[in-house]
Design a protein around this ligand. Sequence first.
Ligand SMILES: NC(=O)c1ccc[n+]([C@@H]2O[C@H](COP(=O)([O-])OP(=O)(O)OC[C@H]3O[C@@H](n4cnc5c(N)ncnc54)[C@H](O)[C@@H]3O)[C@@H](O)[C@H]2O)c1
Length: 336
Amino acid sequence: MKVLVTGASGYIGSHACLELLRAGHEVVGFDNLSNSSQTSMDRVRGLARGPLRFEKLDLLDKPGLEKIMALGFDAVMHFAGLKAVGESVEKPDLYRRNNVDGSANLLAAMKTAGCRRLVFSSSCTVYGEVKKNPVDESHPRGAVNPYGRTKLDIEDMCFELARAEKGWRIALLRYFNPVGADAGGRIGEDPHGLPNNLMPFVMQTAVGRREKVRVFGADYPTPDGTGVRDYIHVTDLALGHIAALDRLDVFDGAEAVNLGAGRGYSVLEVIKAASKAAGKDIPYEISPRRPGDSAAIWADPTFAKKKLGWSAARGLGEMCADAWRWQRDNPEGYGA
Ligand SMILES: NC(=O)c1ccc[n+]([C@@H]2O[C@H](COP(=O)([O-])OP(=O)(O)OC[C@H]3O[C@@H](n4cnc5c(N)ncnc54)[C@H](O)[C@@H]3O)[C@@H](O)[C@H]2O)c1
């Protein structure tokens, strides 16, 4: 298939481009490079043979989107978006404009071009405050911050569009916590500024870029008191996208599917596994809970298995080993 990938040079987008090429697809990617480096695309080209074209383009550039969509695609994978929860609280308008308006522009350009097949990066954040674990797709949705609100709004836009017009096939993939890197150690997570997520923070500490990991809360009702999350290897996640692409025909309009491993690990378990992978103790300190964080959330991955024939295969040890290889070989990320 010929696939357009938005947010192609970002963390998950670059891994998806790599797996698309490995699966024999033709890829055109774009990104505005606000949170990524074009070097990731050069590295993907080095890891997989196959056609990969990259353009610098912004979701808010409507004529640019129409022009690129006119190249003709079988499907679109939509990763582009801002994702920092804290920043979204400070700049809700920016998040709405970039993520929601940007996605509306993309859908409009797809419609004009006659392409109605989409795989979208949603998130388990759409489950809001978790009522019970594991979380399946019927769990009530809610937004606990403006970032989460953008994911809800984009999902709703897709549901409404698919109800209103025949022919749309949309997979709303609700990711849990993607971590790790391609096993080759050439591409990985390289957030601009202070990492928002645990794993890059842990790895940047292991490599000496940060003094210690701050663990937010050790008094949760979990086995060791720290927060429990469902971590999924980014390669498993990318393969979940390929599975969704292959099965879009069996989607009934727009449908949501969890992409998670189906089990939770605590923050301290992650630090321990990362220390083992890095061969050194990673220093940490316990800090107060962060407002808005839940004690525990992990996925019920049953529907993904049924709908996509996909399940996560890589465990925490492999996630940490691959994340460490990337960080060790690229201590300053793509900036080195
Ligand atoms: N990483 C996670 O923990 C996680 C979890 C759930 C969902 N998601 C979603 O997955 C997607 C990819 O996340 P990621 O971790 O790869 O983040 P990322 O920041 O590495 O990638 C997103 C990319 O989108 C680009 N971008 C942002 N706004 C753009 C715009 N207006 N036009 C063009 N490009 C733009 C950025 O430059 C970046 O390269 C995002 O939509 C994110 O919300 C991520």
